[in-house]
Ligand binder design. Structure first.
Ligand SMILES: [Zn+2]
Length: 232
């Protein structure tokens, strides 16, 4: 068990070195960059949806214009035929209505044009930002690579130590279990009992469990699955 715990200590050092790479400013920048790309894509999709909506509205507007044109045609024909006083009143009221409709339609189209211009402007802005970010990403990746190269020999050194310790392990099963759990991302695998708490997840253990632990000396935590050892 002593050798396994020694290996666990070495593995922790490797984890810390990897974390150094993960937490270095370039890695953080890279995560932000990826996030920015995702957000950029979503934003583009939103702009596209807005553009489609504008096209739909514009088509509706065009259809209404055609209808107004038809109405005005009917009125023009009425105009040339027999004009009496009643007809003139109707004609004026119809003309005013048509004029109102056209003014309203014109306002809508102007609004659509304004919105389209805004979408074009926003898309161009976004596109520039994304291009700029892509240019920077190369330099960021290089920095991360540099950091990786910096810790790589240290990790290799530790791995060599682990390899040299492995033949000394008496309890092969416990080491298999260790490797299996480490693979699953559970680390550290073997933890101490700290008062009545799990040394891994820090959850308080019930007395029944502790009683069992006293006899068995080693038991998996009911909360995090780590193996709790009674003796150091
Ligand atoms: Zn636990």
């Amino acid at each position: 068990m002593k050798t396994i715990l020694e290996i666990q200590k070495l593995d922790r050092q490797i984890k810390l070195l990897n974390r150094e790479v993960d937490k270095c400013p370039a890695s953080i920048d890279f995560k932000k960059y990826k996030q920015f790309l995702v957000e950029g894509r979503t934003r583009f999709e939103q702009l596209e949806a807005q553009a489609n909506e504008i096209i739909k509205n514009y088509n509706q507007s065009t259809n209404r214009y055609t209808k107004y044109k038809g109405n005005s045609e009917i009125m023009r024909k009425r105009n040339t035929k027999d004009i009496d006083l009643d007809n003139i009143t109707n004609l004026i009221s119809d003309t005013n209505e048509l004029l109102g409709d056209l003014t309203e339609e014109n306002r809508r189209v102007e609004d659509l044009v304004r919105k389209s211009e805004e979408i074009v402007r926003k898309s161009a802005e976004l596109s520039n930002k994304l291009t700029e970010a892509k240019k920077r990403s190369g330099a960021i990746k290089a920095k991360i690579e540099e950091k990786k190269q910096e810790v790589a020999p240290k990790i290799a050194e530790i791995e060599k130590k682990i390899k040299s310790l492995e033949p000394k392990i008496v309890d092969k099963d416990k080491y298999e279990k260790y490797k299996e759990m480490k693979q699953k991302g559970i680390f550290p695998v073997y933890v101490n009992l700290e008062d009545n708490f799990c040394g891994g997840c820090k959850v308080e253990l019930n007395l029944n469990f502790i009683e069992k632990l006293r006899t068995k000396k080693m038991l998996p935590c009911e909360h995090c699955g780590r193996i709790i050892m009674l003796d150091k």
